[in-house]
Each structure stands twice: as C-alpha cells, then as structure tokens.
Ligand binder design. Structure first.
Ligand SMILES: [Cu+2]
Length: 286
C-alpha cells in the first residue's frame, strides 16, 4: 500500500526523490500519446488539456461535474505509478500541499517546488528544479502557443488561497452532489478553482499540469474527498445527475478521445475509484 504524505512531513531525501521522479518522467520516459514529440510527463498535460475541452476535447468533461473527483483520482494515481516505474522506486508517492504558506508548509522553495515567476520575464520561474535554466523542464503542451518557454507562475496575482475556515465549512455539505450545490461543486468552485488562480501562470490554464504543483494541489483535494466521506459516513460517497448517462457509478471514465491512443491500458468505472485502497494507496493522516 502506497502512503501519501503532507510535503511538510517528508524528509529532504523524500522530497528530492519526488522531484527527481518528476524530472525523470519529463526527460527519460517516452510519450505514449505522441512518441518522439513529447515526454511521458507531457502526456499528462495533454490529457488534462483535452479534459478541459481544449485540443481534442474529452466527452464528458470531468470539470464542473460530479465526475471531478473520480476522474482526477485516476489521473493522479496513474501519474504516481508512472513516477514509480520511471525511477524503479516503488516508495515514491505524491505529496500534498494544504494551501498554507507559513514555515514548513510553504512548498515554493528552491530545493522543492521552486519559487514564484519573475514578472519582469513574463512570469517565468527562474529558480528551483523546474526553472528553464536547469534545461530539465521543457514545456511541450500548451493551450495555444507553441515554442520553447519555461514554467510560469504569478503567486498571489489573482484570487486568494482558501482559508482553513472555508475548508471546514465546505466539508459540512451533507450531499456529494445536488442541484443547488453540494460537496462536489462547493469544493471544486470555492477551494479548487481559487488555488489554480492564485498560483497563476500555467496553473491558470487548461494545461495546468505543466506546473508540478498541480499534483500537490489535487492530491490535497483527493484527501479532502476522503475526509468529507468520513464526516458523512451515512451518505453516498458519490452521487450524480440521474439523467446523465455518463455520470453513473458504472460509467467508464474517459481519458482519451476515440481517435487517439489510450494513455494507459486499464479502464476505470466511477465505482472503481471509490475505495482508494483498491487503487493501491492511502493517506498517512486524513
Ligand atoms: Cu482538472
């Protein structure tokens, strides 16, 4: 069973191993989707771009939908497994970031996730392991433009990070999904979206997994889904619009359009995502 941790609880060696695993997917492992043109890391950017209705749009779009949590759970787990394979190190797991910035909670350090963008250089991140200067983090997939530029951020340029109070109150939603709100839409809109906007740069685009912070951010959301379930143990862990055929428990989650290769061989129904232990991981604490 793989154990995921808050990044602040990881040793410096564990953090360095995670960063190396990201860089290995970026530099050493070939693409399944566009062999020769991009890396295995970039495949994940492409899948997410498609999922937001850009590039080759996925139907259904798993954003603004009850499918949000099941779809991203599989996406994160496949990324985690790809990192383990790339490094031949089964102890690599995804860290999460709890959206706090004080002290050890701050992931934007030169020896972990790197810093803010330099707004005099178009918002380019200029230090840390994912800076363009390292020549180990070339971006290949964007929403629109092509060419060669580095990872971009604009920390705090827009929106605000969710407060602890906002997290606590969102977790109180008694139903996973309902017409007028519910846990899914409240957390997606009030917790998830502002963090993408707050980090800014690439995180504010459909190609947001270009920023490895995507995975720390979504890992925390995945943990919060679990915490929500624990707090509402008598409610269904997942529910959807009854008239939407593709949102049912037995619906298969979509990660590629019909005319493009599958990014991985396995298929997952919504129901198969509900027990994270069945997918092979759990959280140290939740
Ligand atoms: Cu997403």
């Amino acid at each position: 069973m793989d154990i995921r941790r808050n990044h602040r609880d990881m040793t410096q060696q564990q953090k360095a191993d995670f960063v190396e695993a990201v860089l290995s997917l970026k530099n050493d492992i070939g693409s399944v989707l566009r062999p020769g043109d991009q890396s295995r890391y970039d495949d994940f950017v492409q899948i997410h771009k498609n999922s937001m209705g850009r590039g080759s749009p996925l139907v259904p779009n798993p954003h603004g939908s009850p499918l949000f949590f099941p779809w991203h759970r599989v996406f994160l787990r496949q990324f985690e497994l790809a990192m383990q394979t790339a490094t031949n190190n089964p102890s690599i797991t995804l860290p999460y970031w709890n959206w706090q910035l004080a002290g050890a909670d701050n992931p934007f350090t030169s020896n972990f996730m790197g810093g803010d963008g330099d707004q005099t250089q178009g918002g380019r991140v200029s230090y840390g392991p994912f800076a363009k200067e390292t020549d180990r983090f070339d971006l290949k997939v964007w929403d629109g433009e092509t060419g060669h530029r580095g990872l971009q951020r604009n920390l705090g340029g827009a929106s605000a990070l969710p407060t602890i109070e906002a997290v606590v109150s969102t977790l109180k939603n008694p139903l996973y999904w309902e017409q007028s709100g519910g846990w899914e839409s409240a957390s997606e809109n009030d917790l998830h979206n502002p963090v993408h906007a707050w980090i800014g740069g690439d995180m504010a685009t459909a190609s947001s997994p270009n920023d490895p912070m995507f995975f720390l951010h979504h890992c925390y959301l995945d943990l919060l889904w679990e915490r929500w379930r624990y707090q509402h143990i008598t409610t269904a862990p997942y529910s959807a619009r009854p008239d939407r055929f593709h949102e049912r428990l037995e619906s298969t989650l979509v990660f590629h359009p019909d005319n493009e290769p599958a990014p991985w061989p396995q298929h997952f129904t919504v129901a198969q995502t509900l027990a994270m232990e069945d997918l092979g991981y759990r959280y140290e604490y939740f």
